[in-house]
Structures are given as C-alpha cells and as structure tokens.
Design a binder for this molecule. Structure first.
Ligand code: AMP
Ligand code: GLY
Length: 420
C-alpha cells in the first residue's frame, strides 16, 4: 500500500522508520519530511494544514493510508477532510482534537466523566481571573486555553507571577489561544506520559514514557518541546496504569463517543502521579515528540498494523507484541534553543553511526545540501537507542551522541536521571 505521513519532526521520522519496515508498505511519502526521512521515503512539498490540498495529493498518488503526526493539521480538520474523501487516516477529527486545542474543553470532559484532574476555573477576562488568583493564592497554574506551541502554561510559584501571566495572556501574547484562560490548582507529584490508541470505542495502550521539558541539566532553564525521553516510565506501574485506564482514559473515550465526536487516533495523556494516584494534567491528540522516537524504537514494524487497525475501528482484534526492553532518545538542539539560534550549520559524522533496530539517529530540523546535512531548526537530531536495561539504552545513546561532530549544537547529559 501507498502511505503518506504528514510532518517533518523526529516524531514523524520515527513513525516513517517503523512503518517502512512493514512488508505492507510499498511506497512511503513524507510531506514535507526532512533530510533523514528522505533516506527512507519520498519527500513532497505540501501545505499539510490545507485539507483540500492533502486530499488532492493523496488521490493523485493513490494513497491508501495517511498518518498525521503533528497537532496543527488535526486542529485544522485535515483528518475530517480525508475521511470525507474515503481515505483511511490515523488521527482524530477536528471536534475530537479539541482535547488538545482547548484546555477548558478537556476540563469540561473530565467533569462530565468524573476523571481525576486539578481543580480549576475558566475566565474570559483579566479582572475576574486576577480576583480568583488573589483569593486562591500560590502556587497556582495559569493556562492559555488554546494551542500555544507548548508555551501557554505558567506554573506560578507566587501570586505576582500568576497575575502577570494573566495580563500577558489577555494582552494577546498568545493571540486567540489566550482569549480564554484556565486557572488550575497546582498538583504535586511525578509526571509521566501514557500513549493509548483509540478507535472511537476500543482502547489499546502502546506505551509509557517520560519527557525532559527543561533545556538544562537537572531540569533547569526554560521549557522546550522536549530534550529527551525514555520508555517505559517506571512510575507507571501496573496498578497506576490500570487506574489511569479505568478512571481517566476509558471514561474520556466513552464521553467523547456519547457526544457524537468519537476519538480516533492516539491519545497522549500526561499525568501527575502522587501516592500511586494518577491525575490528568493534559491531553494531546498526537504522539509526543521526542517520546514517540523511544516508543517506535520499541515497537518497530508492527506499528503499521496497529495504526491501520486504529483507523479502521479494529483495535479489539490486535495486540502489541512488546520487546521487554527500554529505549532512550537524546535530543540534540541548535545552540541558543529554545531562544534564537542559527540555521544552516553543518553536522558531520552521521554516516559513521550504526543505523539498525537498536540504534537510530532520527532527524528533526535538518536539511540535505548535496551530501551534507545542515541544521534547519531548533531541535535537530534525536539520538535513540534500545537496550535490555535503561542504563544500556542510555549508554548507547550517549556513545552515539558523542560521535556526532556538530559544534553548533548541544544536548542534555542527564536524560533518564529520575529513573536511573
Ligand atoms: P502542558 O503544556 O499542559 O503540558 O503543561 C506544561 C507543564 O506544566 C506540565 O508538563 C507540568 O509540568 C506543568 N503543569 C501543568 N499543569 C499543572 C498543574 N495543574 N500542576 C502542576 N504542574 C502543572
Ligand atoms: N514532548 C512533549 C510534547 O510532544 O508535547
């Protein structure tokens, strides 16, 4: 079959890498793709947030399955357009993507289905929000309702920080995403991510992971899209996983179906876990990046069968065959990220690294220039390895990272510190 993957990050490279190993995959096209994806797929220029353009492209290229990586095309309704055209697609509808696109909506769903989450209030003006924060006190969490590229959440340890976050959001810092603000109780605990495929009715867990959001070692410095991840997450014990499924995920999926907006795709649930009790921090409607890279390394070629079953409403017929192992991905980013950084710097040494089922460098912001690989974004490479233990996966990943010759990039040296 001919398969189209939308996106150009490390997440999409990892999805492409796993999918093209499956014998069912005849032709793989990535739009827009990156230098790493170009080695295993055809890359095509396409505006992936334009549903009509994606449908036309898919029809012209006899595509029989589309995998949507990032949230923006989902929130724009590209999955709806593909479904309407009769093209099987992995990814939720625009209505279901509100679980990521509106934090207030997610809170409403949690209320309706009784899922444990932080207490909260929603506001459409600064004055009421300020009064609420002043009354509640700190620590407290201020969130822009809409999509804000991961920057719309301020965990305020004092009231002044919360008040200025409110002013910034209603002042237009996040555009329309900040027209509504959700203010939440601060939850203590340890965070973990849980990835669950849903076909509208059935759910299939596909792994747990822990991300490292801060740019610096020891979880210091500003937030990023994620500087490294490992899977599985030890804090997600069998008991915590059962609770998360039964108290949070399944009720959410049932509530979405009840509303006539069934959830089809991967649900990425972020939990705060304390004393063995998970509470929902947020949902995302796509795989995490870089968590996906660690998950794909562990799942391999079967991913295509599972994603297809998800798109076709057959998740009850498939199961995940787990290798009982660990994977870690270390993100290499351009110096200066998450602030401003240079593009176009050359990365050397990639060709000498192993590239097999246990060791892979997934590309994110890269661009090919003849034989050269150039940096073309903030997060640039995802050095990923599998091992029998997390320590082994970590050692391999760092061994590879050390061999990459890129003076204009950096990486955290402590990915996995919590678990190790
Ligand atoms: P989000 O963009 O919703 O993932 O939030 C970013 C980060 O803020 C999360 O990964 C948590 O570390 C933190 N966070 C969000 N909501 C809360 C909360 N209610 N209590 C404590 N930390 C939170
Ligand atoms: N790594 C965090 C995210 O994908 O949102």
């Amino acid at each position: 079959m001919n398969i189209l993957i939308l996106g150009s990050g490390g997440r999409e490279h990892a999805l492409a890498w796993a999918i093209q190993q499956n014998p069912k995959c005849d032709r793989l096209i990535a739009a827009p793709g990156n230098a790493g994806m170009a080695e295993i797929a055809e890359c095509a220029a396409l505006n992936i947030e334009d549903g009509a353009a994606v449908v036309t492209f898919a029809e012209e290229n006899a595509i029989s399955f589309v995998v949507i990586g990032p949230e923006a095309p989902l929130a724009a309704g590209v999955a709806d357009d593909l479904r309407a055209a009769g093209i099987p697609v992995f990814g939720p509808s625009k209505a279901a993507a509100r679980l990521e696109a509106s934090k207030g909506f997610t809170k409403e769903i949690c209320d309706a289905c009784g899922a444990p989450t932080a207490g909260y209030a929603r506001f459409d003006n600064a004055a009421d929000a300020r009064a609420y924060v002043t009354e509640q006190g700190a620590p407290i969490v201020v969130k822009a309702d809409g999509l804000a590229a991961g920057k719309g959440v301020i965990v305020a340890m004092d009231v002044d920080t919360a008040l200025s976050a409110i002013d910034d959001m209603f002042g237009g810092e996040f555009g329309a995403a900040g027209a509504e603000v959700v203010i939440e109780e601060f939850m203590e605990g340890e965070e973990a991510s849980f990835f669950i495929l849903c076909d509208g009715e059935n759910v299939l867990p596909v792994g747990t992971a822990q991300d490292h959001k801060r740019v610096g070692d020891g979880d210091t410095g500003p937030n990023t899209g994620g500087m490294g991840a490992y899977s599985p997450a030890p804090i997600m014990t069998d008991t915590v996983t059962e609770k998360a499924l039964n108290e949070i995920v399944k009720p959410t999926v049932a509530e979405m179906a009840k509303r006539g907006t069934p959830y089809q795709g991967v649900l990425y649930a972020g939990f705060m876990i304390k004393d063995g009790q998970p509470r929902l921090v947020e949902y995302n409607v796509r795989f995490g990046d870089p968590e996906c890279q660690a998950l794909m390394m562990r799942l391999g070629a079967q991913v295509l069968d599972i994603l297809l079953a998800c798109a076709e409403g057959r998740l009850d017929e498939v199961q995940v065959n787990w290798a009982d192992d660990h994977a870690m991905t270390v993100v290499m980013a351009a110096n200066g990220y998450p602030g401003s950084y240079a593009k176009g710097t050359e990365i050397k040494g990639l060709a000498d690294l192993p590239s097999d089922s246990k060791n892979m460098v997934f590309h994110a912001g890269t661009k090919a220039d003849g034989d050269k690989v150039l940096a073309n974004g903030g997060r640039v490479l995802n050095v990923t390895a599998r091992g029998a233990t997390l320590q082994e996966a970590r050692d391999r990943a760092y061994e590879m990272a050390a061999k990459i010759d890129w003076p204009d990039g950096f990486y955290r040296k402590d990915i996995g510190w919590r678990a190790l």
